[in-house]
Design a protein around this ligand. Structure first.
Ligand SMILES: CC(C)(COP(=O)(O)OP(=O)(O)OC[C@H]1O[C@@H](n2cnc3c(N)ncnc32)[C@H](O)[C@@H]1OP(=O)(O)O)[C@@H](O)C(=O)NCCC(=O)NCCS
Length: 168
């Protein structure tokens, strides 16, 4: 699979089952169906994207990842991002985040921020290469397991050159 074959599109209620399955496979404290549904249709600030990729076995398009982010006035807040293990390291998350940054720019946002578990070096690397910098740490921010959060921010908001590469 190349990142050019990844299709990013807005999530609909029809993909809620797939998104819930991704959430449960990827997080120790997953969002519930109710929480996901509330982001999908009950939050005026929320944007919800899915990444569809060709399934290597069937060739049909599968929901491989999803991303929920908020655009709150001048700020893009990255909320939940996950990609199923078989589809990782192929640029899917990068493409999702790039789409969010582009949406934020179009809506006049000037900065982006997120929290990530201190132990989640993979995600921190992903965000760092897209232009986010660590700004602070929040003690015991997460449960299950309890862990500090690293706060990362991009200000001013920019769409990384990585997002302009072919297929990104
Ligand atoms: C973090 C996550 C979303 C990355 O998804 P992905 O589609 O594999 O990410 P990408 O392919 O776009 O990776 C972009 C870059 O991030 C870094 N990266 C991603 N996964 C990595 C890993 N396991 N180890 C080291 N670096 C990694 C690399 O620099 C990578 O570029 P490269 O593959 O050219 O080296 C995915 O691993 C995941 O869903 N993890 C579980 C849920 C999670 O942690 N979500 C984030 C919460 S803040």
């Amino acid at each position: 699979m190349t990142s050019a074959s990844v299709i990013i599109e807005p999530a609909t209620s029809g993909v809620l089952d797939e998104v819930l399955a991704i959430e449960q496979a990827c997080f120790s404290a997953p969002w519930t169906r109710k929480m996901l549904a509330a982001e999908l249709s009950g939050n005026q600030f929320a944007h919800f994207l899915v990444a569809k990729c060709p399934d290597p076995l069937s060739g049909s398009l599968a929901v491989a990842g999803y991303f929920c982010f908020w655009v709150v006035f001048e700020e893009v807040r990255l909320m939940n991002l996950a990609v199923l293990a078989p589809f990782r390291r192929q640029g899917v998350a990068t493409k999702l985040v790039c789409t969010a940054l582009q949406t934020g720019m179009e809506r006049g946002a000037t900065r982006a921020m997120l929290e990530v578990r201190v132990s989640n070096h993979e995600a921190q690397t992903l965000y760092h290469r897209l232009g986010f910098r660590q700004t602070a740490r929040r003690a015991r921010y997460y449960d299950n397991p309890e862990e500090d959060a690293v706060l990362m921010e991009m200000a001013p908001l920019q769409v990384s050159v990585l997002c302009r590469q072919p297929g990104a």
